[in-house]
Each structure stands twice: as structure tokens, then as C-alpha cells.
Design a binder for this molecule. Structure first.
Ligand SMILES: [Fe+2]
Ligand SMILES: [Fe+2]
Length: 335
């Protein structure tokens, strides 16, 4: 993938955004060493409860009930590794975008902050890769996710990269981190997610402190392109979550467990027709409602011009930022 980004030097080395400098200081203070802080000797049970109910709702399908316990356990391990692999690919994307931001943001203090984020994302990629290998193997990137990563890579605007990565993809990841951390029975994963989410709180805060003004200061033509980009990427993310597009790549998981993907699709279609729903779990964080859409609205990317695009795609423009703010301040959400 080719990135068309322009590099900007700041020869003045002056600090103009004090809040950004504070964020950088916080990042320095809160660095953690994954070799020291995480107890990698803890046992991991690949057959145990790794993910939350919502992500494991498949297992409630009658289709799975007819399999033996060991087959269901094997599905659990492979499927969990598949989901976590997508998070890992997202972390590699975040690592590369953070690297690009170092070069592309115009302000010195924003470059320092972006460098701290690059280190955070390196650590995230490292710990997820390490964890997944304890469960199973690393699965290939899901096609819709890859399409989103390509959009993010190929846009010439760093503001768009930041929206695509920090608001949309990291929003998706964050929702998963919070919900899985609350539900998992795996101590090692819980420990990893506690450290990772703490870093993410700073990344979300950067979007609020810097991106909002940077977007407001863009030339109207360029801003329109970023607005269109945000709509396009949000639509893809919604499709990945809601529709069958998100299932692309899942056939490999089924094959790993000796299940015929064709049988699965037929049974799934039948059961959905008969009323089966992959309903959300009460008390869990609703990622689009609480994190992604408020982030897009807050960044100033929903103009009257693009609003109908969201409505046509049946994407509700949630604008309550309380969950985001709570998270930025504390690194936690009380659901
Ligand atoms: Fe991350
Ligand atoms: Fe991040």
C-alpha cells in the first residue's frame, strides 16, 4: 500500500498546545514494559471463556449444539484467535499511522505525542501477537478490515488517517477491549487489556484535543474530502459489524474445526429466518453509539452536506460524548 503523505518540519520547537504537551508527559509517565508488567507465565485455557457473550453468540445457534463438547471448545479457541487476530492487524495499522503522524502533523508537540503513541501501538501489537500464539495461530486480515486499512493508508490527509484509525478502527477495538475485559475468564488477557485500554484513553484524548481544531482549520475543499472519507469508512465499519461482510474469512476458522462452511451458512440463514438474533449483551458498551459516532460528530465531520449519507445508510448520529469523556479522563468506563 502506498501512502501519499507530505512531511512537515517544525523548526521552531515551540510548545503552543499545552494540553498536548500534558498528554505527552502523561504518556511518558505511564509507559509500561510488557516483559515486566505482564505475567506471561499465567496459564491460558484455549477452551475456556476468552471473549464476551456478544462475540460468542454463535455458540447459541442450534447448529453448534449438535457438535461434541471438544469440537465446541476447539471452535471457541480458533474463533477467539480469529477475532483477536483482527485486533492485532488493527494495532499494526495504528502503529503505522502513529509513525506517519510523527512526520505529517505540523506542530512539534504533536510530533512528540505521536511518537509516544507509536511506542504504545508497538507494545499493543507485541502483546496481542504473543497472546494469540498461546491460544492458536494468527489468522489473515479480514477483507473488509483490510479495505478500511487501505483507505486509511491511501488518503493524503493526516486528519483523515487519524479519524479512520483513532476514531473508527480504534473505537471498534476499544469497544471490544472494554467488553471482553469485563467478561473474560482469562487472567492473562484481562491483565493485557487493562494496560492496553489505559494507553487507548490517551489516544482517544488526542483526537479530541488536536484533531477537532485541525479539521476546523482545513480549507473547505480538503475538509469536504475528510468528511466524505469519514462517512465511507464508518459505512464499511458498520457493514463489517452488522452484515455478512464481516463473516468473510470466517470460513478458515470453521475449516480449522472440521466444520463445513457451506453447512454453517445454510444453518445460520435458516436459524436467522426462524428468529435467531445476535443480540447485544445488557450492560456492554455499545461501540458505535458510545464511542465511534460521538467521536465523528465531535470532530466536526458531520456537515449538513454529508448528514443524509449517514441517514441513508441507517447509521444513527449519536452525539452524546459522555462515555468518551469519562474514558479520556479515567481510562475506564462504568457501564
Ligand atoms: Fe492500540
Ligand atoms: Fe491506540
Amino acid at each position: 500500500m502506498a501512502s501519499p503523505l507530505e512531511l512537515i518540519w517544525d523548526w521552531a520547537y515551540a510548545i503552543e498546545h499545552e494540553k498536548l504537551e500534558e498528554l505527552y508527559k502523561k504518556a511518558k509517565r505511564d509507559q509500561w514494559n510488557s516483559d515486566v508488567e505482564i505475567d506471561w507465565s499465567q496459564p491460558v485455557d484455549p477452551a475456556g471463556k476468552i471473549l464476551d457473550e456478544e462475540r460468542m453468540a454463535f455458540l447459541r445457534l442450534k447448529f453448534f449444539q449438535r457438535f461434541s463438547r471438544s469440537q465446541r471448545e476447539s471452535f471457541n479457541a480458533h474463533y477467539s484467535a480469529w477475532i483477536l487476530s483482527q485486533l492485532l492487524h488493527g494495532e499494526q495499522g495504528a502503529l503505522m499511522v502513529a509513525g506517519e503522524l510523527i512526520a505529517a502533523v505540523p506542530d512539534y508537540e504533536a510530533k512528540l505525542y505521536a511518537a509516544s503513541q507509536a511506542m504504545d501501538e508497538a507494545r499493543h501489537a507485541e502483546v496481542f501477537g504473543r497472546y494469540i500464539r498461546k491460544l492458536d495461530k494468527i489468522y489473515p486480515v479480514q477483507p473488509t478490515l483490510k479495505a478500511i486499512l487501505r483507505e486509511i493508508t491511501e488518503t493524503p490527509f493526516w486528519q483523515a488517517k487519524t479519524v479512520g484509525m483513532q476514531v473508527v478502527l480504534e473505537g471498534l477495538a476499544l469497544g471490544t477491549f472494554i467488553n471482553v475485559r469485563a467478561a473474560t475468564d482469562c487472567n492473562l488477557l484481562r491483565q493485557i487489556l487493562a494496560y492496553v485500554t489505559k494507553d487507548e484513553a490517551r489516544h482517544v484524548a488526542f483526537g479530541n484535543l488536536y484533531l477537532k481544531t485541525a479539521i476546523a482549520e482545513m480549507e473547505p475543499d480538503a475538509r469536504r474530502e475528510v468528511e466524505d472519507f469519514a462517512l465511507r469508512v464508518t459505512k464499511k465499519a458498520v457493514a463489517m459489524r452488522r452484515g455478512m461482510e464481516g463473516m468473510d474469512g470466517f470460513d478458515e476458522v470453521l475449516r480449522e474445526c472440521g466444520i463445513d462452511p457451506g453447512d454453517f451458512v445454510r444453518a445460520m440463514v435458516e436459524e436467522v429466518r426462524a428468529g435467531f438474533q445476535l443480540a447485544s449483551t445488557p450492560g456492554s458498551v455499545h461501540t458505535f453509539k458510545g464511542l465511534i459516532l460521538p467521536g465523528i460528530v465531535r470532530a466536526g465531520l458531520v456537515s449538513e452536506r454529508v448528514r443524509p449519507g449517514y441517514e441513508q445508510a441507517d447509521i444513527k448520529l449519536f452525539s452524546d460524548t459522555s462515555l468518551l469523556e469519562q474514558f479520556e479522563q479515567t481510562g475506564e468506563v462504568r457501564s
